[in-house]
Design a protein around this ligand. Structure first.
Ligand code: HEC
Length: 187
């Protein structure tokens, strides 16, 4: 008895497996089962360990993510606050006319659509359907074409218009990391 019954991991009702009358291997299997259940239900396996595993094995860009996130928060986010985050983040600042029936509804629709495509967060990759290495290129392309932020929004929000200097900062940032990710993709 002694040793087996004192197991801190096995509950009383499973003592049948950890019993000196049974082969020791049944006790070992019981412990493995309990350990597995602990990892599984605690989320340790499906969550953090799974993430680390997936990032290191499948995602070649993972080593860049910290750097991209930090440079985004430092250099790009201050520009995006006035121009993008109302529609592409959880940080929407609603104007007073949002309460007008119809207008509020239209704005919510706009915000939902924008969020679905790309959600700017403080950590890269941003949310949305696009693959990480396409997100930065897409941001640059839409600003370059002038369709982001949308014209109607620029009209109501003068600060949403880009200065040449702001464009330069965002484009250089997007190009730099798009190229870095492309290079990693080829390795
Ligand atoms: C007034 C709301 C609004 C603002 C402000 C806005 N967007 Fe958008 N954005 C949208 C909507 C709606 C969509 C999805 C529909 C579409 O493609 O036109 C979208 C789509 C996008 C997409 C994805 C397009 C694709 O092909 O998947 C990108 C990238 C984007 N926006 C970047 C930006 C950036 C960068 C800014 C700021 C410089 C910005 N947006 C400002 C509403 C907005």
């Amino acid at each position: 008895m002694g040793l087996y019954t004192k197991s801190p991991f096995i509950s009383d009702k499973n003592l049948g497996s950890c019993n000196p009358d049974r082969p020791a291997v049944t006790c070992l299997l019981m412990h493995l089962h309990v350990l597995w259940r602990f990892l599984f239900y605690s989320g340790l396996w499906t969550g953090s360990i799974g993430d680390i595993y997936a990032q290191e094995t499948k995602d070649p860009f993972a080593p860049l993510y910290n750097e991209i996130s930090e440079s985004y928060v430092l250099k790009v986010k201050p520009i995006f606050i006035e121009k993008c985050l109302d529609c592409h983040s959880q940080e929407t600042r609603y104007p007073w006319y949002h309460v007008i029936p119809g207008i509020g509804y239209m704005m919510d629709q706009h915000i939902r659509d924008g969020l679905k495509d790309i959600e700017f967060r403080d950590t890269f990759p941003f949310g949305g359907k696009k693959k990480p290495y396409k997100q930065l290129a897409s941001i640059k392309r839409h600003i370059e074409k002038g369709d982001m932020p949308p014209k109607s929004y620029r009209w109501l929000h003068p600060k949403a218009r880009f200065s040449d200097e702001e464009k330069k900062i965002v484009f250089e940032w997007a190009d730099f990391y798009t190229n870095k990710m492309k290079a990693l993709n080829k390795e």
